[in-house]
Design a protein around this ligand. Sequence first.
Ligand code: ATP
Ligand code: MG
Length: 561
Amino acid sequence: MEKQPSSTNFIREIIDYDLSVHKNEDRVHTRFPPEPNGYLHIGHAKSICLNFGIARDYRGLCNLRFDDTNPSKEEVEYVESIKEDVRWLGFDWEEREFYASDYFGRLYEYALQLIRQGNAYVCDLTTDEIREYRGTLTRPGTNSPYRDRSVEENLKLFRCMKAGEFEDGSRVLRAKIDMTHPNITMRDPAIYRIKHASHHRTGDTWCIYPMYDFAHCLSDSIEGITHSICTLEFENNRPLYDWILDQLGVHHPQQIEFARLNLSYTVLSKRKLLKLVQEDRVRGWDDPRMPTISGLRRRGYTPESIRAFCDTVGVTKINSVIDLVVLENSLREDLNRRALRRMAVLKPLKVIITNYPEEGVEELDAVNNPEDPAAGVRRVPFSRELYIERDDFEENPPRKFFRLAPGREVRLRYAYFITCVDVRKDKKTGEVTELYCTYDSRTRGGDAPDGRRVKATLHWVSARHALSAEVRLYDNLFSKPNPDEAEEGEDFLSNLNPNSLAILDGCYVEPSLGWARPGERYQFERQGYFSVDPDSSSGKLVFNRTVSLKDTWAKVQKTLT
Ligand code: ATP
Ligand code: MG
């Protein structure tokens, strides 16, 4: 599965060919056209990396264009979040921030031109009637009784539509193509509708709004786009894209479709993600369990890891589902290289070193990142009372348990060998509350001069110096690989994983993490990668587990080959 970065794909092959024949005056100009009706998700990241990546590699340009033609679902909040996310992913649209709504005037003129040419008409059928007249895959459609209106009547009615004289839904402007076309998209599609709604940019200037198919191709054309890259669902819309531009005789970009990204245990649809937010199934768009860019960022994902992931999955014309593990692995690889190592105890158990001086404190050297010698070392305080991980002790160890147990010696990372000599329990519950241990002062740094070995190395923190923290552990948001596969009468929400979030309060972390700032990422030794959550403050540290250490990648590779 090793892939060269920016490896070629069928879209790049098309561009290479176009450049070889000097199409588009040797220009390459793409765009990323989000509708500002929700936050961007990892699927959009694939489209962003593709469009901006092509522009970068071909010394071309990529526009950021908001496809804001539907006033009722769009909000400024979404526009701002989209800009933040694209920037964070590492891409720059420079001064080319465009809005389809900026073109409303020109689009209206283009519609008038189609009417004048006899290519469009105002239709008074109701939505239901239009559907009825449209026919089906096996049955051709029938012409609307309004199809043969004169140009003058159409011009007059369309102007009245614009002037606000008709109610929502009472009329539409339709392209006059062919009601018997084998492609249903071509059966006189609506290109303008009446909608008395305020728009986040144009206010109440308009009460008619262009449909996606009309606005999109013309926005591409107006901006001089050369390659209009979209997902496979739009394959059926391509003939309409071409038809509109051909009828109007304007600059004609080439629409190219690729397979959208699907991820297991995830939904990638803004509508569904919005539902999770609105119904409080998650803690907002940036909930670390969400596949949104803002959620991934809060979880601790790096832009580099997301770009590497997009490169790994590649660009094809075949729909498939990518295993979530592939995404997690790209993050592990990145963080393994960069994240500083720290010690944190998530489920603490007190250890008292009986032969260590009561007031004694030592500062021990700990390596910041074995993958990066330049990261240096830090000092970690050691004292008589420590915390270790509760799971690292077993009073009656099973056969393969090599960590701490009564009478057994283990290594404390960067510190000493300790031996458990006594166990204290809660009288009522029987729960282990404290371990009494002795340490061997000759093993400072973690090596025995006599060469004796131990079978386990544990992480720990000094009780007196440790900082308390909250740690949030995440599991898949959905419990089924395909969340849309729901029982009869249920929807994807029924597949939500009730255990996707576990909050551990009362964790202890080493004191150097007192400097940790929101957004930073660390490896907690033996536990995984963690990011500092924006909820974190000097009064209360809050960490998200970004991804566990365990590399299930090897397993996945096996199943792939
Ligand atoms: P959703 O289905 O999540 O609502 P959308 O396609 O309606 O997505 P847009 O804002 O229209 O959202 O998408 C902007 C761009 O991102 C489009 O070019 C679209 O094709 C692309 N895109 C959306 N989802 C994916 C995906 N899962 N994989 C790849 N590209 C995607
Ligand atoms: Mg869309």
